[in-house]
Design a protein around this ligand. Sequence first.
Ligand code: MEV
Length: 387
Amino acid sequence: MSFISTSAPGKCILFGEHAVVYGHPAVAVAIDQRISVKIQPSQTGMWLLDGSALNMKRNPHIKGLIDKLWPASEGAPPLSIHIEGNIPRASGLGSSAALSVAFAGALRLARGRWVETSDATIQQQWAEGFGANVSTTNAYDNQRGFFSIKPTSELFHIKGEKAVDADENAILAHSVEAAAQNGRASPMDSSTCSHGEVIIISDQIEDDIDYLYRRDLKMPEGERFWHIHELNLDKKPDDVYLVIGSTGISAPTSKQVAKVANMLQKNPSRIEEIETIGKIARRGIEALRNGDYEAVGRTMSENQIMLKSIGVSSPELDNLIKAAAPTSLGAKLTGAGGGGCMVALTKNPKLTSDAIELAGGRTLISKLGSPGMKIDSVENITIWTIN
Ligand code: MEV
């Protein structure tokens, strides 16, 4: 029996949520909490999710990825999907991006990749696939995102880890997130959950930070682009933790993103507040690069003032942030807000966690940065391929 298990981490935004949708800088870290996806051929002739019929309407991320990587029209067989993990859903911790990244990676593993030379793992030599440098297939085109190749004797089929690519998993996850968020999504969640560790998004290419790629997206408000970088924390702190406090209130990202869009439509001058968040994020990036965690914490708290001002905080979030303040370096909401989670940067994780729980929140503790998408276990790897 074939099966494939992959996993991807959740993410926590330290600076710049919402403003990043409008092209401003932002920073997110992958957290220790993960989502695992196991796929295997379905024995029932229909798609299954955790043992029941898969409802495609209720699972738009999964459906979007099936359409792009596993098209029934090309003969791809139905699968049974099993999902587990410890990232709370709809809480701003990237659960849908982590799921999308892990599922995209699992599907790619299950079909391998056709390439132009036998050792080609770089995008320029792919005969099929999606990525920042791939011009043959547009991951964001929901009508024609998939193209089928006719394998010839000049092409090679590669399998296993070599066929999987973090850029491809991230671009596919971004495209299905954007579709689920009415066309408005930054690549923050998808890139962080795919690559792991610390991701910096900017409106410019930053000196001295490893550059990954550029993403472009046509949103209802116009074209946006982002430069995505991976920050290597040389001075990764072993005494600084993130304590994430959940309000327990589910707050869909699409609603929160639309709320900000409506605010700007009614009052275009409020774009200044979005720009201020961008400036704060830039200061936060500098503090992180300098390993100055006192400044990182202060900047997070400043970011919260602006998030409150644009109306994406909530009384429950404010309450948990207030409770965390005395024992932490800084605290703010993380993700889309309106409910969901807050995050505190702290050297006293136990004290901060107790204070948040006493105020009614449920906590998770994480280091700053965690590995990206992983292949956890595999048996009889190829489930289907075009041939
Ligand atoms: C959600 O985790 C972060 C937002 O900035 C939306 C996005 O970046 O797509 C609110």
